[in-house]
Ligand binder design. Structure first.
Ligand code: ARG
Length: 400
């Protein structure tokens, strides 16, 4: 018997309907939890709405700083881009939401947690895997998945139960946002051959309408994470929010790609991730000047695996921690300054420096006063090409 349920509450129509539905179906007490992960919503209004719908208690949790330090920063260190493009912004917030749900459930002696994810997406997997990993005794209820409500039926239910229906702003999109990015789905975006319409975007201007003059940024990193912008030290949340604003004004961070969802579906996804785009580009570049070739190339595999695990809802898996151990070790030297030029939708690294730089101008220069002994290259080529020469010789011999 489920008597007390902790619901992940966004304040939107779906989860508002869920409050009533859970109360009725289970005759249970509902406790709502809303996290502020930088989605820029009025948490006070969400809380009031929850109480109006008769919840026993509501938790508003400001998780911005924790999200930035414990979730976004590791993603920067890992240059996390799922399938080479998506900065896993939504994915990163899910294990944090799951942790808070489990925490509140334990504190409140609840027997179940509930969420408003559909049965087609990744978020159900991320939240449920994480909640179950943290507390296997908690039951997880996914009413939207079980219930299979159409939009019309949902609005009917809402009207009947006095649930405020958000005024339709004429935007048929499903949006999820936090500090690290904004995801936009549904409507015309489901036709991958069509360019996303302008009304899908809120954080970025179209590149063609961006300022005609470039803007230069200097980003300072310490041990793999950004600590200052244009010479001013900033706390993580402030730094990320500032970058979202500055880069967004230059049309930087629009992402349009075909994504492989966990449940096997290909989908067309549109994102706005200005800060993530700039920071990952800058961080990758800085790594290239401080890590050895062997580290740079090996780390690309680790980074891709890290992004995949996070996308796939496996934040809590030991493998993620194992990869973090490797990544953190490499980041000990990733300190320095990166200069980025923002212009018409592009963020281009145009300069980098580090006290741990492995770049040696005396080795690299094509000038005469170099310390590199060119004569040793002849022997190197001899041995480097040996296996290839042997194999080619055999191939030739077999053909004759
Ligand atoms: N495809 C993205 C992911 O799986 C975003 C999903 C949530 N987006 C949304 N608009 N509800 O991480």
């Amino acid at each position: 018997m489920v008597k007390r349920i902790v619901l992940a509450y966004s304040g939107g129509l779906d989860t508002s309907v869920l409050i009533k539905w859970l109360q009725q179906k289970y005759d249970a007490e509902v406790i709502t939890v809303t996290l502020d992960v930088g989605q820029k919503e009025d948490l006070k209004a969400i809380e009031e709405k929850a109480y109006k719908l008769g919840v026993l208690r509501h938790y508003s949790i400001d998780a911005k700083d924790e999200f930035a330090r414990e979730y976004v920063f590791p993603a920067i260190k890992a240059n996390a881009l799922y399938e080479g493009k998506y900065p896993v912004s939504t994915a990163l917030s899910r294990p944090l939401i799951a942790s808070k749900l489990a925490e509140v459930a334990e504190k409140e002696n609840a027997d179940a947690v509930a969420h408003g994810c559909t049965g087609k997406g990744n978020d159900q997997v991320r939240i449920e895997v994480s909640v179950k990993a943290l507390n296997p005794n908690l039951k997880v209820i996914a009413p939207i998945r079980e219930w299979n409500l159409t939009r019309d039926a949902e609005i009917e239910f809402a009207k009947k139960h006095g649930i405020p229906i958000p005024v339709d702003r004429g935007k048929p999109y499903s949006v999820d946002q936090n500090l690290w990015g904004r995801s936009i789905e549904c409507g015309v975006l489901e036709y991958p051959e069509k360019e996303p319409p302008e009304d899908a975007f809120e954080w970025t201007v179209p590149p063609e309408k961006a300022p005609d003059k470039p803007e230069y940024l200097s980003i300072e990193f310490e041990c793999g994470v950004p600590v200052a912008l244009n010479g001013r030290s900033m706390e993580p949340v402030e730094l990320i929010e500032s970058l979202n604003n500055i880069a967004g004004k230059h049309g930087v961070g629009r992402i349009d790609h075909i994504e492989d969802r966990l449940v096997g579906i290909k989908s067309r996804e549109v994102y706005e991730c200005p800060a993530a785009t700039v920071l990952i580009e800058a961080h990758k570049d800085l790594e290239k000047i401080v890590l050895t070739r062997h580290e740079v190339l090996f780390k690309q595999h680790i980074d891709a695996e890290w992004a995949y695990l996070v996308y796939a809802g496996l934040w809590m898996d030991p493998l993620k921690e194992d990869l973090d151990a490797f990544i953190n070790k490499t980041q000990e030297r990733v300190s320095g300054e990166v200069r980025v030029k923002l212009f018409k939708g592009n963020a281009q690294v145009v300069g980098r420096s580090s006290p741990n730089s492995l770049y040696d101008i005396h080795l690299a220069t094509y000038n005469i006063d170099t310390t590199f002994d060119q004569s040793s290259s002849a022997g190197f080529i001899e041995l480097w090409g040996l296996p290839t020469r042997v194999a080619r010789a055999l191939k030739r011999a077999r053909k004759d």
